[in-house]
Design a protein around this ligand. Structure first.
Ligand code: DGL
Length: 269
């Protein structure tokens, strides 16, 4: 048994979708969450900048005595895996577990990948899928408007503006006949109903946050690293700017409210 918390981080609010999955799958586990709300978004930034931010975010979490680190952010996951692999605690990101689930679900030979511009530019998903099954075709599509649309609350299935954006981004993937679509960004599960409608009922959607949470849960169970039964659960949330906005937006991603504590000096980590 290991009663230490799981460390989860993201560029901002979005990683709370992964925390929600962890709450469902591993309800006894404590969490320390770090959201870099002062420097979000990461998905439009250069590889060098994302890597610098990711290094600091991971250093912050490892100073909180966590038993494992989960990079919930698709952008960090696809850009800074080597930095995570060098941590003194087990590191999980969304790319490997999501690619494995997509390959397993793929029947027709074509996988679509969606994510931020930085995630798609990294080629991390295409590489991971090719490593699992080189016969599969991967079609990648950045969807940069999805993050601001979700953060603006345009998530209801009837939301015309989001449907139009989804139609525009996803039409090439639908026309190419992908049978599996990776939602490779923290925010996309919130508009999965719209994405599903655009892609049609036969496309399997793979939620990267859920796959990463499942993989982390398996790992902890296999090594007897879950918290002891009856251990009181704690959840601490740290953000680098505007904790009041974080608290206001958290409900959309997590399904319940949380308070965020402010971190002043992330650049010093
Ligand atoms: N969390 C980011 C991701 O999953 C989306 C928001 C951002 O661009 O920072 O890639």
């Amino acid at each position: 048994m290991d009663n230490r918390p799981i460390g989860v981080f993201d560029s901002g609010l979005g990683g709370l979708t992964a925390v929600k999955e962890l709450e469902e799958l591993l309800p006894g586990e404590s969490v320390v969450y770090f959201g870099d709300t002062g420097r979000v978004p990461y998905g439009t930034r250069s590889r060098e900048t994302v890597r610098r931010y990711a290094r600091q975010d991971m250093a912050f979490l490892t100073r909180h005595d966590v038993k494992a680190v989960l990079a919930a952010c698709g952008t960090v996951s696809s850009t800074a895996a080597d930095i995570g692999a060098a941590l003194p605690v087990p590191y999980f990101d969304v790319v490997g577990p999501t690619a494995r689930a997509a390959v397993k679900a793929c029947r027709g030979g074509r996988i679509g990948v969606t994510g931020t511009s930085a995630t798609i530019r990294s080629g991390a998903y295409a590489q991971a899928i090719a490593g699992l099954d080189p016969s599969l075709q991967v079609l990648s599509q950045p969807c940069p408007l999805f993050v601001p649309l979700v953060e603006s609350g345009f998530v209801s299935p009837e939301e015309e503006i989001t449907r139009l954006a989804a139609e525009r981004y996803l039409a090439p993937l639908r026309e190419a006949g992908v049978d599996v679509l990776i939602l490779g960004c923290t925010h996309y599960p919130l508009i999965s109903a719209i994405i599903r409608r655009v892609m049609g009922p036969d496309t399997v959607l793979i939620d990267s946050g859920r796959e990463a949470a499942l993989a982390l849960g398996e790992y902890l169970k296999d090594r007897d690293m879950l918290c002891a039964p009856g251990q009181p659960r704690t959840a601490d949330y740290y953000v680098t700017d505007a904790p009041e906005d974080f608290a206001a937006g958290a409900g959309l991603f997590l399904g319940h409210g949380v308070e965020g504590r402010r971190v002043e000096d992330i650049e010093s980590y």
